[in-house]
Write a protein that binds this ligand. Sequence first.
Ligand code: FAD
Ligand code: THG
Length: 860
Amino acid sequence: MPISSPSSPSSPRVVIIGAGIVGANLADELAQLGWTNTLVLEQGPLNIPGGSTSHAPGLVFSSNGSKSMTEFAQYTIEKLTSLTGSDGRGSFLPVGGLEIATQEDRLQDLHRRAGWNRSWGVDAEVVDAQECLRLFPMLGPDKVLGGLLTPGDGLALAARGTQLVMDRARAAGVEFRDRTTVTGIEQSGGKVTAVLAGDDRFPADIVVSCAGFWGPNIGAMVGTTIPLLPLGHQFAWTTEVPSLAGKNEQPARASAPILRYQDKDLYYREWGERIGIGSYAHRPMPVDLDTLRTYSPDEITDEVMPSSLDFTPEDFAREWEATKELLPELAQTQVQRGFNGIFSFTPDGGSLVGQSREVDGFFVAEAVWVTHGAGIARAVAELIALGRSNTDLSGIDLNRFEDALTTPEYVSETSQQNFVEIYDVIHPLQPRVSPRDLRLSPFNDRQKELGAFFLETNGWERPHWYEANASLLEELPEEWKAPKREGWADMFHSPIAAVEAWKTRTNVAMYDMTALKRFEVKGPGAGELLHGLTTSSMLRKPGAVSYTLLLDDEGGITSDITVAILDEQTYQVGANSNIDFATITRAAREQSTADPSKWATVRETTQGTCCIGLWGPLAREVISQVSNDDLSNDGLKYFRTKQITIGGVPVTAMRLSYVGELGWELYTSADLGHRLWDVLWEAGREFGLIAGGREAFNSMRLEKGFRSFGSDMTSEHEPVQAGLGFAVKASKTDDFRGKAALESRAAAATTKLTCLTLDRREDVVLGSEPVYVAGGSAGRTDAAGSDHGASGAVNRSGKADGYVTSAAYGYSIGQTIAYAWLPNTLSVGDGVEIEYLGRRLPATVTAEPIFDPEMTRLKG
Ligand code: FAD
Ligand code: THG
């Protein structure tokens, strides 16, 4: 909900902490939306506040696997370019970006990154070695294999841009107060009321922490954990380079593209007659905020500031050698000076954005690069003033980490790992190295006995396949066998997944569903709360289970969940992430505050419980061996729940299946999980029951057309075009969040989540690839033109018509399935092309769901 409608000058009082690129832009973006009752507090002097922005070299590389992050970078470029000072100049220099490859795997990865750019509508081209040398003549002649050119990227003059933005915000009425260190935040009734700076008190309806790497200190003032770690990062300058003499004038001091040398964790920019070098190659240098030196505002200069530590030359020695090898001319120069600058890292490398789960009115926008600074600031302004952002924020939501992932130890270890891996080529399925075995389901030892290959998600160990099933490969019928995979597509993949899919579809299998996020909403207000938040009726009788949507005020999908009514006042929510938990917790607090008789508690149950999905045509045979409850078709209908016992274990059974087969999700408390597994396993022996892993699971959910929130749809999409119109119950006359906007939103949609199958059985894609419509912007090429090499028919820098969301080989149809957002004018049978690592793969729009459209499996 918008906290209040924007009605300047009586818009809510906003206090922003920090005047770096994020805080300054946020104040400006709020003003653009009519919210001008804003005060920005900054500890340093406004001309050089002394945070990370004050020394950022300003490289803006937009390539990113995330659509939202790419859009944020594009907006930063657009804004810094268009917002000019009295000299008529902006603060962005489009020198272009060049990421080079000196190794084959990197070159392949540059094709993947180019694909991301095209998917998200940004110009990019993989160029050969000769072109790299032409673009960046200082490169040694034999070093480079090729490069990724992003012509629109370049340099942000971050400090100057921040000043221009502050000027505009000030003109709109925003107040900036520097030399003011925030020391506390007041709250009352779970809501912020004021910001304290020593003896000064500034009343506030909304407080936004844009304190950069100081964020954890500010969070602690309201009891909100901010999972980031400040780390040192080296930056150095050479002495004057002969070939740059007289080349680069003020103020930008650069003309060659910004350069990334990821194979050695280094990056470069021209800096007048010198080269500036950034390094991620050194040991992680965590910074303790408690012992970090503080400066009085008058001490801060361009070179002396709290975010800058002394250069440690011993950490740069190897990198200097690597630099001279890459750029031989620099052998004529020395490292003139450098510093270890501080900025923020997080457990998954993403920014931290959104409202605290615990305290209303407390927002954060931290761990944000200059690159995304203006973009994220606009999104947060929209979130605050309009209640939602036009760009999906779920990937960077502050609340995405469950409690096990916000401890200081976890944050420290994983953030340091992210520093080390920042430029690594990372497969989409690659799990973190450490910590592992953090969260274990009660079945973990049994899974290990079965040779589970585990991947990690949210700290949980989840089997991807089981080696024990390898023996069944011999029995696998020919039509279930998938073509052998190569290279990148073969990583974190096993042919055993085919066996597990085959057995699930033809026999019976059990799946560990423990990592599925779930919580209980309980109390006299529980039903009404969920009724107002979802697209289905929640005022049904106990035993009902709904598949339903959470929407934002504009009808954008913020999650798809299941809700089971256990008794009149107890609802079990099957959710997508901790963000759903935060959303519903906050809504419950709001409802309870407004009317205490309608209270509801929201309680985490993921950790203390576990779940097995028992699915397949023989599931009923297996369960009837060990349960006396009536689990016949009428005894427990599709999408109903009841309490049963299985081998003496009390179980909440829900008849539904994300893999699309007959069976149940079986929930019990964690202590009894082991027993439940063993009882089912024994009962299943005579029926050939197997354990199945995520690879088969994901394949089957795509065959069934079941969406996965975050990849297939986000808040940028409304239900109808996402293929989820059926989950908005036409019979629901009561109001619910987002309802009012649905009709016009659906009418305005131009794209649709489209089911594709790849024409050639051996072709595989993994997700986020660009898609081109035949005869569309790029034109279809024949199969020959889709091979490696710069065929003239292939538009290599052309923007795509859409992008793949998720993909998997469908074993029961013998083809790869890919879902993609594409123009909604396409029809079944139309041809498209998917670009995979620089090649075009033919695919066809296909009717969905591909598997069991009549639902005879599930309902039979
Ligand atoms: P900051 O600029 O740190 O602003 C936070 C502000 O909050 C500070 O001014 C601080 O004084 C103030 N503050 C903190 N606590 C309080 C308090 N209690 N009371 C009042 N005020 C407070 N990013 C890129 O995109 N491209 C690059 O090329 C790039 N290179 C980098 C190179 C180096 C060496 C470093 C260190 C970082 C680099 N970054 C780069 C990252 C980038 O600089 C930061 O991510 C970005 O500047 C963060 O902006 P911010 O506004 O969030 O934080
Ligand atoms: N199980 C439970 N909760 C969940 C999931 C789950 N919550 C998050 C996520 N997964 C939600 N996604 C889905 C997607 C589809 C279905 C269930 C959960 C599903 N869909 C039927 C269909 O589309 O035909 C719904 C039919 C109906 O509405 O009656 O089953 O895996 N507990």
